[in-house]
Design a protein around this ligand. Sequence first.
Ligand code: HEM
Ligand code: HEM
Length: 433
Amino acid sequence: MTEHSATPKKEKSRFGLILHLHPRKVRASTLRFSLTFGLGGMAALLMVMQVVTGLLLKFHYEPSPENAYNSILNLQESLLFGKMLRNIHHWSAIAFVWIAFLHMLRTAFTGAYRPPRDVTWITGMALLLLVVLSNFTGYLLPWDQLSYWAVTVATSLLSYIPLAGEPIRKVLLGGAEVGQPTLTNFFNLHTGVIPLSIIALMAWHFWRIRRAGGVIVAEKDRESPMVDTRPHLVNREFVVALVLFAAILLISSLFDAPLRERANPAFSPNPAKAPWYFMGLQELLIHFHPVFAVFVLPASVLAAAVWMPYVKSSDANYGIWFLSDNGISSAKTAAAAGALFTVIFIMSSELLPDPEALLPAVPPLLTTGLIPFIIVTSTMWLFIKYMRRRFSLNRSELIQSVLVLMVVSYAVLTVTGIFFRGEGMNLAWPWNI
Ligand code: HEM
Ligand code: HEM
């Protein structure tokens, strides 16, 4: 007899798919909202909303530089609920990045990335990258000034990746600059390859969660009683889904997705900024040699995230937020340190003399690449030593502190890039941009 066959027939037909994704019974302790905040479920719902609204948009949208912009104008102005449909797709896309990111933090801060959840964590990382890529490929489709130049800036970052960067950029653009082949490529990636990959990875992600015996629970709650998935879990998920749906509808009726004038390849706005989720990278580019800003640093972070589950630490309180009281205090210190270091870093590279001008005989890869990289990694090493001594952290708590520091640091870089960079990407107050 299978797990599901004990479910009454009528109930099974009405809730077949939902119950199929869940075990028949779950531990009562996993139902606590504050354990997961329903973030994984919200991400799944957002994916469904993107596919449904995306397919409807596809009926009207024309992927050619001549017609794309007009098809969006026409969709917004002449089609019943056309504007609403576009708004929902736009705001859900942004919410998708945020929710997936917060879900990543939740799993990290409850120690849920360790085996047997290591593959869940790694498939999650891949999902987050794909969600960002689907945002990025969708960004070009309206073919307005904002999308054209944001994609031009962001794809130009690719050419700094050693060896593979330029060929990847050329294949993606289908030529030397953003044009018809780029739009065709982005459209096919956006409406075919990426969503299908997300769906396949989501299936793997869900299967791994089931295989690990559901979401993580603290040692003390492992013996809590088993309760029926329906109504206990399904009803809660339903409430979370309704609240999310209502919030997206509200935002979509209050705020319109931006649409500037039609793309003009001959006129570049100043400053030309990448989409918001890449602004941290564009900000890094101001301070580091491009090879370090868009390759060495992001690749190191990615490698560290994949390696994270396998760092041995026997004494962590998995399933408990921030792992311990010590974990909470150290996370707060790490957040403050991340903000402070990053502001000092931005200001010092603004105020100190340009190292390239100071040492013209030394290759820029050293002056603005390797040397600042060594300074940053040594600061990180000193920080780890300090945290170890100050809080006597175990390895899981230490990983958590480094993660907090990096997340806060990227947030400061992103906020600086979006709100404090004006003409020529110089520092400016937000009201002067
Ligand atoms: C994986 C989830 C998806 C995300 C995160 C996403 C994101 C986006 C974004 C950010 C835009 C630009 C919206 C704007 O103009 O502000 C967009 C546009 C568009 N997307 Fe998606 N999308 C997703 C899935 C899909 C799917 C599955 C389809 C169709 C099969 C689709 C079709 C379209 C179309 C036709 C447009 C152009 C219309 C417009 O810009 O308003 N999308 N998407
Ligand atoms: C499309 C994006 C994603 C979807 C639809 C999704 C879905 C889910 C769901 C439904 C759960 C179980 C309930 C919950 O924890 O809320 C879950 C658990 C998990 N997810 Fe995701 N997820 C996504 C992205 C990510 C990302 C970006 C990461 C991390 C990098 C991640 C790592 C994990 C881990 C480690 C678990 C196990 C948590 C535990 O056992 O407590 N997921 N995911």
